[in-house]
Design a protein around this ligand. Structure first.
Ligand code: PBG
Length: 329
């Protein structure tokens, strides 16, 4: 008795395995998150994100040229705002001379073709570390959406190609789309963080930007009244459907690895490009385990990225973009 099917026949050599592989990665898949800080000559490593840095504008310029040279053609910008500029209104987020606005211009001058996406959310600007305006212990939805619209227009005016609202307020895509169109930026796109979960995997990012919610009487200590409950699956479809109806060009699932069932659900339900954010905590776990010698860094990194793509992602925001691109080369 011999097996009728010999599946191993297709696994006999690397050349054949490459021929029949169903999913593959390319630098075209990656969005590179970048953290920008004030100052000159600043390149500070983030303690919980080994190998990842906060960059001042001069270093940012060098960085984007290098990325472009490697074939990485899209960046996702975040800024670390000094405490003195944080408040409860998002005023600094609208400053035409603010750090984000200068970062966009710096990149467009250094590397005009680089696709520049910007984070639209109030947390780096909030003295409470919240993505919205806080009043009496609550996050105000509609007032926040107003500010986000103005913030998006300010980014577009500085030269951003696409806005990435990561706040999870209701109606923010429509608010942003309307504000952009009214200001004459109908070509500026929106990548919505449509299924963003209240995840503990954001810890290292909050360290990078000093943006963790501040526990106290005045504001909630977590983001659970706006980010999604990790137990919910159907709700991701509802959130994403609304964002597409409101004008999102690209939708997103965040975090990545623990939420690949959601990625598959959205892939099957909708015909718009789907992004996945492999977040800071996912990066930190791989780095930490590799540092201990418990996992093989490069193999695990590529396996995770490939799995995200296999689940249905068209593009992946990842702190591994550089390292993965080097390996693919
Ligand atoms: C906040 C924002 C967060 C991330 C992107 N935008 C953190 C949060 O919601 O608290 C997390 C990204 C990461 O962990 O890599 N608007």
């Amino acid at each position: 008795m011999y097996p009728l099917q010999r599946n191993r026949r297709l696994r006999t050599s690397p050349a054949l395995r490459n021929l029949v592989r169903e999913t593959s990665l390319s630098p075209d898949d990656f969005l590179v998150p970048l953290f920008v800080v004030e100052g000159q000559g600043v390149r500070e490593e983030i303690a919980s994100m080994p190998g990842y840095y906060r960059l001042s504008l001069d270093h940012l310029k060098t960085e984007v040229k290098e990325l472009w040279g490697m074939g990485l053609k899209a960046v996702l910008l975040f800024v670390k705002v000094p405490d003195s500029l944080k408040d409860n209104s998002g005023k600094e987020a609208l400053n035409p001379g603010g750090l984000m606005q200068r970062a966009i211009k710096t990149i467009k001058e250094a590397c005009p073709e680089m696709w520049v996406m910007t984070d639209v959310a109030l947390d780096p600007y909030s003295r409470f570390g919240h993505d919205g305006i806080v009043e009496a212990g609550r996050i105000l939805n509609d007032q926040t959406v107003e500010v986000l619209g103005a913030m998006g227009v300010s980014h577009a005016r500085a030269g951003a190609d696409m806005l990435a609202p990561s706040d999870m307020m209701d109606g923010r895509i429509l608010g942003l789309r309307t504000a952009l169109d009214e200001a004459g930026f109908s070509d500026t796109g929106i990548m919505s963080y449509s299924a963003k979960y209240a995840s503990a995997f954001y810890g290292p990012f909050r360290e990078a930007l000093d943006s963790a919610p501040v526990a106290g009487e005045e504001a909630p200590a977590d983001k659970k009244t706006y980010q999604m409950d990790p137990g919910n699956r159907r709700e991701a479809l509802k959130e994403t459907e609304a964002d597409i109806a409101e004008g999102a060009d690209i939708v997103m699932v965040k975090p990545g690895l623990c939420y690949l069932d959601i990625v598959r659900d959205l892939r099957e339900a909708f015909d718009v490009p789907l992004a996945v954010y492999q977040v800071s905590g996912e990066y930190a776990m791989v780095k930490a385990a590799a540092e201990k010698g418990w996992l093989d860094h490069d193999t695990v990194m590529m396996e995770q990225l490939l799995s995200i793509k296999r689940a249905g992602a068209d593009l992946i925001a990842t702190y591994f973009a550089r390292e993965a691109t080097r390996l693919l080369g």
